[in-house]
Design a protein around this ligand. Structure first.
Ligand SMILES: Cc1cc2nc3c(=O)[nH]c(=O)nc-3n(C[C@H](O)[C@H](O)[C@H](O)COP(=O)(O)OP(=O)(O)OC[C@H]3O[C@@H](n4cnc5c(N)ncnc54)[C@H](O)[C@@H]3O)c2cc1C
Length: 419
C-alpha cells in the first residue's frame, strides 16, 4: 500500500517556517512500492522529519517518506558497524542499538530528526575530536531515479560526495554507520562564565569535556551557560570562573527544563545525554527560526569579537546562540570539510522579515572567516557565495549530473543555490 497524502495535508516544516508546495507525499509500506513510486515519478524528493527550516526538502513534484518501509537494524559487532533505517529518527534507533551494546559517536541537539535527513545536511553535535554525524557513515544505500537500489562504499571516489547530498542523488534507504561500545555520559552546566574567560581560554573550554556547548544571548559581560557532556570515566575539573548549576536548565531561559536531558552530573545512556533535548518532549522552542555559520576554529575568538561588535543588531531577535566545535571531515558538502570547525548557531524569534534583514549583516561580520552556512537553516548567501566557501561544490554538481541526469531529485533550492 502506498498511502499518498495530498498537497492540502503535507503542511509545513516542523517550525512552520516553510509551507510545502509539493503535490503529494507518498508513504509506501514496502521497498518494492517505494522503488516503483520513484521510477514512475518525473520529480520526487525524500522527506525526513522536516526539521530543516527552509525549502530544502520541498519538491516541484512529489515527496516520499520511507518511514513505513520495514528495514530492520543490523548490527555487525565484528566490524563495529550498524546498518540503520535512514528514515527513522536517531531516537528510535538509539535504544535498539544500545540494547545491542553499541552507541553512536555523536548526536545533534535533538534525537527527533531522521538519520538520513540529518546526514543529508551535515548535521552535527559538538566535541573537539568528534566530527559531524555524517562522518560516521561508511556505506550508503539509495534508490536512484530508475527505481534501482545502489550501494556506495567508503573508499570509492564518489563516496565523499554521496553522503552529504541534500537529497539530490536519490532516496536513501539504509546507512551503514561506524558505532562504538555503548557508554554513559554525565552532563554538567556552568553559569556565569565571563566573556573574557571564553575568549582567553576558548580551547581549554571546548576541550573540557567530550562535548561542549556555549549558550549566549550576547550580554555584555557574561555568557548564559556552558554545557559539559563528559564520558563516564571523567568529570569536569575546572569551572572557568563560573558556578555549577544546581537545577536542570533549558538552553533558552524561561522554557521548562523538563524538555532538556538531565544535568547535575547524573550519569545516563549516551542517547539521553548527548542531545540537549529529550525524545518525546519539545526540542528547543518550536516557535523559532534557526541559522548557523561554521568556520575554521582557528578564527573562533576573532569571530566572537566580530559578533560582539554587532550584538545590538542581534539581541532583540535572538532567543539564544550556541557555540560548538567539531572535528574536520572529508565530505564535500559538509560545513566541516577539511577544517576543524567552530559553529555559531542562532535560534531567532519567529519574525521572518526581521531575520531576513539581519542575516546579511551577520554574514558580512563572518565573511572574513569564510563562514559556511548550515544547509538546513536560514541564510542569505547566494550561489556564488556558496561556491567560494564550499570548494567541492563543482564536483558535487558533476556527480549529481552523472547520478541523476534527468534532474528527478532537483528542486528550486538546488537549482537556485547548488546545481
Ligand atoms: C529544534 C532543532 C534543533 C536542531 N539542532 C541541530 C543540531 O544540533 N545540529 C545541526 O547540525 N542541525 C540541527 N538542526 C537542523 C537539522 O538537524 C537539519 O535540518 C536536518 O537536516 C533535519 O533532518 P530531517 O530528517 O528533519 O530532514 P528534512 O528537513 O526533512 O530534510 C532535509 C534534507 O534531507 C533530505 N532527506 C531526508 N530524508 C532523506 C532520505 N531518506 N534520502 C535522501 N535524502 C533525504 C531531504 O530531501 C532534504 O534535502 C536542528 C533543527 C531543529 C528543528
Amino acid at each position: 500500500m502506498d498511502r499518498a497524502v495530498t498537497n492540502q495535508t503535507i503542511g509545513t516544516t516542523w517550525a512552520g517556517t516553510h509551507t510545502f508546495g509539493a503535490r503529494q507525499l507518498h508513504v509506501p509500506h514496502s521497498l518494492e512500492q517505494a522503488r516503483q513510486v520513484i521510477a514512475d515519478a518525473t520529480r520526487i524528493r525524500a522527506l525526513g522529519s522536516r526539521h530543516s527550516f527552509n525549502d530544502l526538502a520541498d519538491s516541484p513534484g512529489d515527496l516520499i517518506s520511507l518511514r513505513e518501509v520495514p528495514l530492520p537494524l543490523e548490527v555487525d559487532a565484528a566490524s563495529g558497524t550498524a546498518l540503520v533505517h535512514g528514515s527513522l529518527t536517531y531516537g528510535a534507533v538509539a535504544e535498539q542499538l544500545d540494547a545491542a551494546g553499541f552507541a553512536m559517536p555523536a548526536l545533534a541537539s535533538l534525537p527527533h530528526i531522521s538519520i538520513a535527513g540529518a546526514v543529508a545536511t551535515a548535521t552535527h553535535g559538538s566535541g573537539d575530536r568528534t566530527p559531524n554525524l555524517a562522518a560516521a557513515v561508511t556505506g550508503v544505500e539509495l534508490i536512484d531515479a530508475d527505481g534501482e537500489l545502489r550501494w556506495f562504499e567508503r573508499g570509492e571516489t564518489d563516496f565523499p560526495g554521496v553522503v552529504v547530498a541534500l537529497g539530490a542523488l536519490g532516496v536513501v534507504t539504509r546507512l551503514r554507520l561506524a558505532v562504538e561500545p555503548t557508554f554513559q555520559v554525565r552532563q554538567d552546566v556552568l553559569n556565569g562564565v565571563r566573556w573574557e574567560t571564553v575568549t582567553e581560554r576558548f580551547d581549554e573550554i571546548t576541550s573540557a569535556a567530550h562535548s561542549v556547548s556555549i549558550f549566549t544571548r550576547w550580554a555584555e559581560d557574561a555568557i548564559d551557560q556552558v554545557w559539559l557532556k563528559s564520558r563516564e570515566d571523567s568529570a569536569p575539573t575546572e569551572l572557568f570562573g563560573g558556578r555549577i548549576a544546581t537545577e536542570d536548565q533549558h538552553p533558552i531561559l524561561g522554557i521548562d527544563a523538563i524538555n532538556a536531558t538531565h544535568q547535575g552530573g547524573l550519569l545516563g545512556p549516551w542517547y539521553d545525554r548527548l542531545p540537549h533535548f529529550r525524545m518525546g518532549f519539545t526540542p528547543s522552542n518550536g516557535t523559532e527560526i534557526q541559522s548557523e555559520y561554521l568556520l575554521d576554529r582557528r578564527h573562533a575568538v576573532d569571530a566572537i569579537q566580530a559578533l560582539r561588535e554587532i550584538r545590538e543588531q542581534l539581541v532583540g531577535l535572538l532567543q539564544v546562540c550556541e557555540i560548538r566545535t567539531m572535528a574536520a571531515d572529508d565530505l564535500w558538502l559538509s560545513a566541516a570539510y577539511e577544517r576543524d570547525t567552530v559553529a555559531f548557531h542562532f535560534t531567532w524569534f519567529r519574525e521572518p522579515e526581521a531575520v531576513h534583514a539581519v542575516l546579511p549583516a551577520l554574514e558580512r561580520a563572518l565573511a572574513p572567516f569564510d563562514a559556511r552556512p548550515h544547509w538546513g537553516k536560514w541564510f542569505a548567501m547566494d550561489r556564488s557565495g556558496l561556491e567560494q566557501v564550499f570548494p567541492r561544490i563543482g564536483d558535487f554538481r558533476d556527480l549529481a549530473g552523472r547520478l541523476d541526469p534527468a534532474g528527478t531529485f532537483r528542486n528550486d533550492y538546488l537549482d537556485r543555490l547548488v546545481l
